[in-house]
Design a protein around this ligand. Sequence first.
Ligand code: FAD
Ligand code: PYC
Length: 416
Amino acid sequence: MQSYSIFSLARHALSGHKNWRPAWRAATPRRRYKVIIVGGGGHGLATAYYLAKVHGITDVAVLEKGWIGGGNTGRNTTIVRSNYLWDGSAALYEKSLKLWEGLSQDINYNVMYSQRGVLNLGHNLQDMRDIRRRVNANRLNGIDGEVLDTAGVKQRVPFINTSADARYPVLGASWQPRAGIARHDAVAWGYARAADDLGVDIIENCEVTGVRREHGRVVGVDTTHGEIGADRVGVVVAGHAGVLADMAGFRLPLESHPLQALVSEPLKPMLDTVVMSNAVHVYVSQSDKGELVIGAGIDAYNGYGNRGSFQTMEHFLTALIELYPIFSRLRMLRHWGGIVDTSPDASPIIGKTPVDGLYFNVGWGTGGFKATPGSGWVFAHTLATGEPHSINAPFSLERFHSGALVDEHGAAAVAH
Ligand code: FAD
Ligand code: PYC
């Protein structure tokens, strides 16, 4: 495992970064692998890492059409929490949160997981009933959570507008103290370096253009670098799951939508927690650089453009200023979008497909960053054994036939 002392950092800095050893090799694809993972985002890289580390399977390639972390992993607003409603979701997201708590040590890379807590606001009586139900369900599953009243919210966010005649009255919130934010680029780079150290080939600029099948079984993929054979293929391509399913000859119950976010100019420290409003679809946190990181709900139309529409922007900025009048003179620095694949029950699809040996881990919608370690961990188990782990068993594609949906629209917290 590579380690970076203060001396090696100084040496690299003084040498103008020449001879800096890349964090992972630029691997040349081999003709065949035991496991191919399509998609070099956090979930794909975490899967490769846990395949190698937990299951001893190192004959693995991660194929990424662009650059590592250039998809939603590098575009999200980094909120991590595990306060979902149903037992199945609690197990999945809490597994992930526990992995977050030891992740920097585990992969020897500082992912800056900052447990500053997350508030989910309630603006009407039904919001508050839903909040109480979710917090109670969380506590029964051993997940931390509290219900705050208006004064409790104001204590944590003194500049929030709690006046009685506000357009969005703040009646209270759920509060998860162990939740927080992390550095998304570091998550991708850290997992990539750790997986590479264990022998995984990471191949960037390598687009998968076809899924090769024989007698109903996957035998490999076509790529812009030629054909590559595999015993098993795992597809982890947030925003493009429908495209890959089409290559494999089946359809998924997913829709692709733009989701946008923006950051402000840097400010002095003013917000030491994360505040989300499920009802008005605006959320905000402050990065360590001082920028306010602000996001919205999904754009209503389907599309593959990495940018959002003006009407959504207008809506969430209006809500932002109504909730936080102090932000009205804030200048914005950057704005971007990503493509999220949303499912009918706002839960992911992790497991088998109609093609033997082909597994999908997709449909995380607006909320997959928080799940990166847990998703990789359960998907590695699924790819290694050919069967779902008990944690991802409820998230099979089959649930859309059986009707055993895992409806998390309330806890998803960002509209889909
Ligand atoms: P990605 O990082 O998108 O990785 C998939 C990769 O697959 C991409 O790099 C892509 O290039 C590659 N790929 C696609 N097609 C092919 C192909 N044919 N061949 C090879 N490679 C291919 N979640 C949260 O939990 N908290 C948040 O605060 C949050 N905020 C968000 C804010 C925004 C604006 C957006 C867009 C998303 C947000 N999310 C959030 C959701 C979260 O970002 C995603 O669910 C998560 O990052 C998905 O990770 P991934 O590794 O599956 O996807
Ligand atoms: O899932 O917590 C979340 C989230 C916050 C912003 C976007 N998604």
